[in-house]
Design a protein around this ligand. Structure first.
Ligand SMILES: Cc1cc2nc3c(=O)[nH]c(=O)nc-3n(C[C@H](O)[C@H](O)[C@H](O)COP(=O)(O)O)c2cc1C
Length: 169
């Protein structure tokens, strides 16, 4: 369905198409491949994970819509893995990824670069600290000086996977 939407957009505009991927799909790498084939110029990952909370006294969902999008630090491990998986496809096509999902510090942002993001975005954590972006930028700059990187793009996808892994879970 996402690929069909991208295809329709691509047929109607020459403008840059950034396609945001939902983590609520079985195989996000396959989803990425399909929207790239349909004409996406860049990808953004991830959107919120669907969740629910229940008021045990009223026995009703606390959200008016019964369910809603979970965001913020709780979703960072999921987001990182999804960005890593999407990157395996996107790098073959030279398609950049905007990584997001739970970023609240420079170290969080750097994790996303290493996993394959070319840019990062912060949503929920800004509500807690509206000046967070300045701090994150400074932290990234400090890390780059310490590790000898001249550009953020030098960090994209630098993750070194363990080779002696055991399958868990
Ligand atoms: C209040 C709120 C509104 C959002 N609205 C949208 C939206 O309209 N479109 C969209 O693609 N994502 C929307 N998102 C998802 C965010 O863009 C982001 O993908 C997600 O929250 C994960 O990043 P974060 O943990 O830094 O917030 C919204 C998130 C929040 C918390």
């Amino acid at each position: 369905m996402a690929a069909r939407v991208v295809e329709a957009c691509r047929a109607n505009t020459g403008k840059t198409l950034i396609v945001k991927l939902s983590p609520n799909q079985t195989d996000i790498a396959e989803g990425a491949r399909r929207v790239i084939d349909a004409g996406a110029d860049a990808l953004s990952a991830i959107n919120t994970l669907m969740g629910m909370q229940i008021d045990v006294h009223s026995r009703k969902p606390t959200l008016g819509n019964n369910q809603g999008g979970l965001s913020g630090p709780a979703i960072k491990p999921v987001a990182l893995l999804k960005v890593h998986q999407v990157y395996q496809v996107a790098k073959q096509h030279g398609v950049p990824i905007i990584g997001l999902g739970g970023i609240a510090s420079a170290e969080d942002a750097i994790e996303f670069f290493l996993a394959g993001a070319s840019m990062v975005a912060i949503g929920t954590a800004i509500a807690k600290d509206p000046l967070l972006v300045k701090k994150v930028n400074k932290g990234i700059a400090d890390y780059m000086v310490r590790h000898g990187y001249k550009s953020v793009s030098e960090m994209t996808g630098l993750l070194e996977l363990n080779t002696d892994t055991v399958l868990c879970g």
